[in-house]
Design a protein around this ligand. Structure first.
Ligand SMILES: NC(=O)c1ccc[n+]([C@@H]2O[C@H](COP(=O)([O-])OP(=O)(O)OC[C@H]3O[C@@H](n4cnc5c(N)ncnc54)[C@H](O)[C@@H]3O)[C@@H](O)[C@H]2O)c1
Length: 461
């Protein structure tokens, strides 16, 4: 295991600390702060200034980001001026998309960070690289969009959170549901007391496939020995073993093309999919900075997908917070999940196509109706007074279609780069969610229940 004990973790912590110190004279304590305040000023780019973006990792999601940014380029006054990937074919494809010259497409992300004309980077590599790149980008004076999940390990997530706090840079984390208005409206409803105190909530991300989940196409000519054509992969740079990000292993196409199947690089369905639900649930229940769990436990198993992968095909995770619990499921061999829901003592929020249905708990019907502005009507029935509609049957609704402020997740980041908005998934929320999700991964893997030592920011098993 690579992230909770042993060399790799120590190496990363050292790397992260070193990265924070390197080049910014942290020991003198001076250079960092001026750099940060300069950075903060640069965050507030005027509407007229073009924002130049470098995209690091141009595989499936990174290519989507490149195309998406290109489609918005004129309207948003942004440009993708550099791209980076360690797989030549994907890099070349991205270079063609941005119509760049040779210098615009690089295999070493450091060359993007060195380019002063690049203002912001979008990181879409596998998870084990996210935080190292994000911290180094911030040190280089760049703002960051980092794909979900924030990191591979808890230590990385905290290092990244602390680096953002210290530098004042803009950093958005990628779970796009946090930009949906309905989660922000759910939060308003909760804080207005419309369902009473939140007790538990749930979310689900389930799929089914004949070929095995994540068994995506492998290019047969790809690998580190394919030096002639476009198949070349800088495998060492993909692994990042020099930095303690993963173990050094010989070329493995399944690991490269299907990294989600292996715990060395991510947390399987928990980091890939559950993270998408936990972030908006925490946003609604706790607000934009989320909250850290008290205890996390997971169950599940690898019941069907036994093709040499590590990860569970069926995972059920429970995270207890100080005042409520969250239940998440992610199953890759049956696509019927549990519906998303937020339950309070007096009512619950159930999703509709464009918002929420707010449903009452009969026991608390009067309180619920008062909090939801529903007239309390009583009728005589069989010599007794009862509520009309009967207790347990009143509903209210929340219309919250589309995205917050009409801006999607990437547009929200662009607004934040211009100082016009706060990012919808900030590093506080990204880190808090990461802690719970990673505790869940380790709970499953180690058959243990983990608690969170909030003071020392460590997990206790
Ligand atoms: N928000 C979403 O809905 C969403 C959807 C898909 C993926 N993602 C996230 O995006 C990330 C990438 O996922 P993917 O499916 O695109 O994976 P992918 O394997 O298709 O792409 C990752 C790319 O990063 C490149 N890479 C690896 N190490 C690198 C390095 N050191 N320098 C430069 N490039 C490097 C790889 O060569 C690869 O092309 C993951 O963290 C994933 O969780 C988010």
């Amino acid at each position: 295991m690579q992230d909770f004990k042993g060399v790799s973790r120590r190496t990363f912590v050292r790397t992260a600390a070193g990265a924070l110190a390197a080049g910014v004279g942290a020991s003198a304590g001076l250079t960092w702060f001026p750099a940060a305040s300069h950075a903060r000023m640069k965050n507030l780019r005027g509407a007229a200034d073009r924002i130049n973006i470098g995209v690091i990792g141009t595989g499936g999601q990174g290519t989507w980001h490149v195309q998406n940014l290109l489609s918005k380029a004129e309207r948003e006054n942004v440009a993708v001026t550099m791209v980076c990937d360690v797989y030549k074919r994907r890099l070349e494809n991205a270079r063609k998309l941005i119509k760049g010259d040779e210098k615009s497409a690089v295999m070493e992300y450091e060359r993007i960070l060195d380019n002063k004309d690049v203002h912001a980077v979008l990181i879409s590599t596998p998870d084990h690289w996210h935080v190292k790149m994000a911290i180094e980008a911030m040190e280089a004076g760049k703002d960051v969009y980092v794909e979900k999940p924030l990191s591979h390990t808890i230590e990385q997530a905290i290092a990244c959170r602390n680096a953002v706090r210290k530098s004042g840079r803009v950093l958005a984390v990628g779970p796009q549901r946090t930009s949906e208005q309905r989660w922000w409206s759910a939060g308003e409803a909760i804080r207005a007391g419309r369902i009473g105190p939140v007790v538990w909530s749930q979310g689900s991300y389930c799929r089914n496939s004949r070929e095995g989940q994540f068994n995506w196409r492998i290019d047969p000519d790809a690998g580190p020995s394919a030096t002639a054509g476009e198949g070349y992969v800088d495998w060492d740079r993909w692994l990042g073993h020099q930095h303690g990000l993963a173990e050094k292993i010989p070329w493995n196409a399944d690991h490269f093309f299907r990294f989600r199947k292996y715990y060395a690089y991510n947390g399987g369905v928990a980091t890939d999919l559950m993270y998408h639900w936990l972030t908006p649930l925490l946003l609604s229940i706790h607000g934009p900075d989320g909250a850290y769990p008290r205890r996390v436990m997971s169950g599940g198993g690898q019941y069907i997908e036994k093709d040499g992968r590590d990860i569970a095909d069926t995972m059920l995770l429970t995270a207890d917070y100080d005042t409520h619990s969250v239940f998440l499921t992610s199953v890759m061999v049956n696509d019927v999940g549990v519906p998303e829901m937020i339950r309070g003592q007096q009512g619950q929020l159930e999703p509709t196509g464009d918002g929420w249905s707010v449903k009452e708990q009969g026991t608390w019907a009067r309180e619920f109706r008062k909090a939801n502005g529903i007239e309390i009507k009583e009728v005589e029935a069989q010599g007794r007074k009862r509520l009309e509609p009967p207790a347990g049957q009143a509903t209210s609704s929340i219309k919250a279609p589309g995205n917050k402020d009409g801006r999607d997740h990437v547009e929200n980041w662009i607004d934040a780069l211009r100082g016009k908005a706060k990012v919808n998934c900030n590093v506080e929320l990204g880190c808090a969610a990461m802690v719970a999700i990673k505790m869940g991964v380790e709970s499953y893997r180690q058959s243990k229940v983990f608690t969170w030592d909030a003071k020392n920011e460590k997990i206790v098993g």
